[in-house]
Design a protein. Structure first.
Length: 278
């Protein structure tokens, strides 16, 4: 387990993932009923971009740095996401960046709950420290898929799971499929957000084919790619699969993709995708 998200916080794939997370959560706030947010691979919760890891890669320059000061009109989910990031920073400066638990926590209402699992021992300690004393948040030092088994269906039964593994193992797609199938059998009404890197298109096609065969629930797939598929040895983009998407999420995503691709892919080398399975 070598992956440390501190090297990648705020990069373009993080921005895309966190904006989709905001869009999904916001769609669930139309009812007062409580919800539960489960983050299986939670990371640190919050990142300091002035630290050595971030400074070494400067990956935030491909993502959050490009849009933090943008004043143009934007889709509501992007506006909300930027409001969260700006609220943690001084104007004209970006030092603090929220991970997925930080983004979700900024939006949760008093009646909502959050369950976080993280396996890397040091990152778990930081995550735990970051949410110390927060009665709405439970933090566990646990494998994300074991956590999924242990915590679904959650109480309250309304809510969503983010599955955002590091993809260090070639079997990660298989593990996702196996564990999501298991979770759906226990919690059919849950919303599942699955992040994946776009590096190897044939592997993604194979996974999506398997997914289509096995998942008998509505879902959508969306991708933001900054480079063509055949660019070697790099992250060309990223995707999210959303099982049981909230009502009208598919209508909100095209504007999000359009805005992000204009701002993050100014040379328009990449592409975007939205596939809807009813
Ligand atoms: C891509 S990062 C998560 C980023 C986070 N979701 C966010 O958006 O801010 C993946 C995280 O999974 C952790 N991890 C690796 N293997 C894991 C496992 N088996 N179970 C839970 N966490 C794991 C890594 O330490 C890393 O912090």
């Amino acid at each position: 387990m070598n992956y440390r998200h501190a090297y990648h916080a705020g990069h373009f794939a993080d921005v895309f993932k966190h904006i989709i997370l905001v869009a999904v959560l916001e769609s669930l706030f139309n009812k007062d009923k409580p919800l539960c947010y489960i983050d299986t691979h939670a990371g640190l919760g919050f990142y300091d971009l002035s630290k050595r890891e971030s400074k070494k890669t400067k990956e935030y320059e491909t993502g959050i740095s490009k849009i933090i000061d943008n004043q143009t009109k934007k889709p509501a989910a992007i506006e909300q996401y930027l409001k969260i990031v700006r609220s943690m920073n001084q104007p004209q400066e970006i030092i603090q960046y929220p991970g997925s638990p930080g983004v979700a926590r900024a939006l949760l209402r008093p009646q909502d709950k959050m369950i976080l699992t993280e396996l890397q021992p040091n990152d778990y300690q930081t995550l735990k420290h970051n949410f110390e004393g927060d009665k709405q948040v439970a933090v566990h030092h646990l494998d994300g898929y074991q956590g999924l088994k242990a915590f679904v269906p959650p109480m309250p039964r309304r809510g969503l799971v983010l599955i955002d593994p590091p993809f260090e193992q070639t079997s990660e797609f298989e593990m996702i499929l196996k564990n999501v199938t298991m979770a759906l059998s226990r919690w059919a009404q849950g919303i599942y957000l699955i992040w994946y890197p776009v590096k190897n298109r044939p592997q993604i096609n194979y996974f999506q084919h398997q997914f289509e065969r096995k998942i008998k629930f509505p879902y959508l797939i969306t991708e933001l790619n900054l480079y063509p598929d055949d660019s070697p040895n790099q992250l060309n983009g990223s995707g999210m699969m959303i099982i049981n998407p909230p009502w009208q999420l598919d209508k909100k995503i095209p504007a999000i993709l359009k805005w992000l691709s204009q701002e993050l892919d100014q040379e328009q080398r990449g592409n975007t995708k939205l596939i809807i399975k009813k």
